[in-house]
Ligand binder design. Structure first.
Ligand SMILES: CC(C)(COP(=O)(O)OP(=O)(O)OC[C@H]1O[C@@H](n2cnc3c(N)ncnc32)[C@H](O)[C@@H]1OP(=O)(O)O)[C@@H](O)C(=O)NCCC(=O)NCCS
Length: 191
């Protein structure tokens, strides 16, 4: 089993995160953008780091970012390395972001997604996100609309139990693809 490390992004991993940003997000943010997030107390910027092979630069399998704005969690990035998609990493990262939001005592989560991104939309729907509207011609590169999705109930007393179930489900799915996660413990997570 290959063991992934769930951890906040640190500046020494900038080259690896820029590589993932390029290959999976088509260059969304530059180095300054990631450094700003690392420094921001209102951001949760998490990665699954791949086990290090020899002296090579450590690579990042998946990346997630969320901003805490008042009582809302704004998910700004969810990305998995192209050759590691469809193995459960995306859903595990989404669960980790929602855990971080719950620990910050936020009330609801929101995000924008391209209307054509049916993969991501299916993933968000699986975790209770619902379409709440559209931003017309939101993406400048293609003129495409953004779907605005919301998930409430993050502050409800039953949500930690829901998160625990999702974490187990995500862990099982990863295990089927040969992945383990080191120290993913919702009760003492230091995210
Ligand atoms: C969207 C993304 C993060 C999903 O990550 P992933 O690791 O491939 O997804 P998972 O393997 O965790 O899949 C979780 C669920 O998502 C849905 N899903 C994932 N890939 C899918 C596909 N190709 N078709 C339909 N549903 C899909 C399914 O519901 C799946 O659950 P299942 O495996 O039990 O059927 C990944 O495809 C990605 O990085 N895409 C490029 C960047 C991007 O578009 N990010 C989202 C921006 S809002």
């Amino acid at each position: 089993m290959k063991v992934l490390q769930l951890q906040p992004l640190t500046a020494d991993l900038l080259p690896a995160v820029l590589e993932l940003d390029r290959s999976s997000l088509g260059k969304l943010w530059n180095a300054d953008g990631y450094l700003r997030e690392i420094d921001s107390p209102n951001s949760d910027l998490l990665i699954f780091q791949l086990p290090q092979m020899g002296a090579a630069t450590p690579a990042i399998a998946a990346l997630g970012c969320a901003w805490a704005i008042l009582e809302e969690c704004h998910i700004t990035i969810l990305a998995v390395q192209p050759d590691l998609q469809r193995q459960g990493l995306g859903q595990a990262m989404l669960v980790a972001l929602l855990q971080a939001a719950q620990q910050r005592q936020l009330e609801r989560a929101t995000l924008e997604v391209r209307v054509s991104n049916t993969t991501a939309i299916a993933l968000y729907q699986k975790f209770g996100f619902r379409e709440a509207g559209r931003r017309r011609r939101y993406y400048q590169d293609t003129g495409e609309d953004a779907l605005v999705m919301w998930r409430g109930g993050i502050h409800h007393p039953e949500f930690p139990a829901v998160l625990r179930e999702w974490q187990e489900m995500a862990r099982d799915r990863l295990r089927q693809s040969g992945w383990g996660i080191a120290e993913w413990n919702i009760d003492d997570a230091q995210l």
